[in-house]
Write a protein of this length. Structure first.
Length: 398
């Protein structure tokens, strides 16, 4: 019956993580998977989230199906977080938001929606981007292309080439943009670059699709939402999928949302209705538990303050690891400029290592990273950052 089906090649990052688990070496270092680890190498249980969960559990009660679009308090809290409670887009009710199964679920619902109502549109993603972006849009039947983004010469952004490429796209082209903490490179647009890009998106009548999986890990919760609020203020219609997996350390709860900013409330109602239909014929409705934890953290003032403080400490720890890695590498390989580790933001960085050097790191030194040279900076800690830098210097020929 099924012999004609080809074997699944496996997700390259998850497969690499499995190989790491099997590695018997005691001093192995895992910088592959995109998860925040604390300085002890553990996934943290945030105190604010733990207290919020206790409140949710204490309430008890029945567990009916949620509405297709998700819980109202969760959806409202998401809009307040992304746009601010007093943003015109929110107060005029022109934002359609659904609670999704992680931001991946939101991305896929949006992809299915676009494939149905904009069938002539193609998708453009940054070169490079998160591998699953291409898979999800292609899985929805959309053609996926790339636009210039990462500059390997300096570890920065090819902004002029990026803007020129987007300026040449057909109207209604779908442009996937990372709001902050670009995955996999850590290279973000500055505020000035967003302000220069937004008129191109508006004038060319493009459809921006923002991915915001790391709000709070770049420069701060409010600062990392700059592009979202600026696009809405510019009256651009766009999609945004956001996640709480990293920012609240609730990976397995699959807490995410998809919002669509529309020209007016009437069109937002139309979009919400068809997004609900898209969800209904997919997973029917989202789960209760994780969403209520998130909503409780975001709406209880004391919990919200404590969460922002804890998230700020996580952000600062990542910055400290960047500085330490940069310091050791600069000392060990004096002829090479590693300043890009300091300018790239969030959980990821492109190291500039070749695939052969990445293989040597893994095989000889037990340091695991994706073959593109991407590292998860949050996998570094005070116990392994120097060993990582020394190993990287070794494969670089220092």
């Amino acid at each position: 019956m099924f012999e004609h089906i080809p074997p699944f090649a496996g997700d390259p990052i998850l497969s690499l993580n499995e190989d790491f688990q099997k590695d018997p070496r005691p001093n192995k270092i895992n910088l592959s998977i995109g998860i925040y680890f604390d300085d002890a190498g553990r996934i943290p249980v945030m105190d604010s989230v733990k207290r919020a969960e206790a409140i949710v559990v204490a309430k008890g009660g029945p567990k009916p199906y949620l509405p297709i679009e998700g819980a109202a308090n969760f959806r409202s809290a998401v809009q307040d977080l992304l746009f601010g409670a007093d943003h015109e887009a929110v107060t005029s009710e022109r934002v359609a938001t659904i609670q999704s199964v992680g931001s991946s679920g939101g991305l896929k619902v949006g992809a299915d929606f676009l494939a149905r109502y904009f069938p002539g549109s193609q998708v453009w993603v940054s070169d490079p981007t998160w591998d699953n972006h291409r898979s999800m849009f292609e899985g929805a039947g959309l053609t996926v292309n790339t636009y210039p983004y990462y500059d390997p010469a300096n570890g920065g952004l090819k902004f002029d080439a990026m803007r020129a490429a987007l300026r040449g796209l057909p109207a209604k082209s779908i442009v996937l943009l990372h709001t902050c903490c670009h995955n996999p490179t850590g290279v973000d647009l500055t505020r000035a670059q967003w302000e220069a890009l937004i008129p191109v998106l508006r004038e060319r009548e493009l459809i921006p699709y923002l991915d915001l999986a790391y709000q709070g890990f770049g420069d701060g919760i409010q600062q990392d939402a700059f592009a979202v609020r600026a696009l809405a203020a510019a009256r651009v219609s766009f999609f945004i999928a956001n996640s709480f997996s990293k920012s609240m350390s609730v990976y397995g709860e699959r807490c995410g949302a998809l919002s669509v900013v529309c020209p007016d409330a009437r069109q937002a109602a139309l979009v919400l209705g068809q997004m609900k239909f898209t969800v209904r014929r997919n997973y029917s409705s989202p789960p209760i538990h994780g969403g209520q934890i998130v909503a409780t953290v975001l709406t209880e003032p004391e919990l919200r303050r404590d969460w922002e403080r804890e998230l700020g400490a996580m952000r600062e720890r990542i910055l400290a690891m960047r500085r330490q890695l940069h310091g050791v590498l600069a000392a060990k390989v004096p002829g090479r400029n590693f300043d890009y580790f300091l300018t790239q933001r969030g959980m990821f960085s492109y190291t500039g290592l070749t695939s052969a050097q990445v293989d040597a790191l893994r095989e000889t030194h037990g340091v695991y990273m994706v073959r593109s040279g991407r590292i998860c900076v949050a996998g570094l800690n005070n116990a392994n950052v120097e060993a990582t830098a020394v190993a990287m210097a070794a494969v670089l020929g220092a």
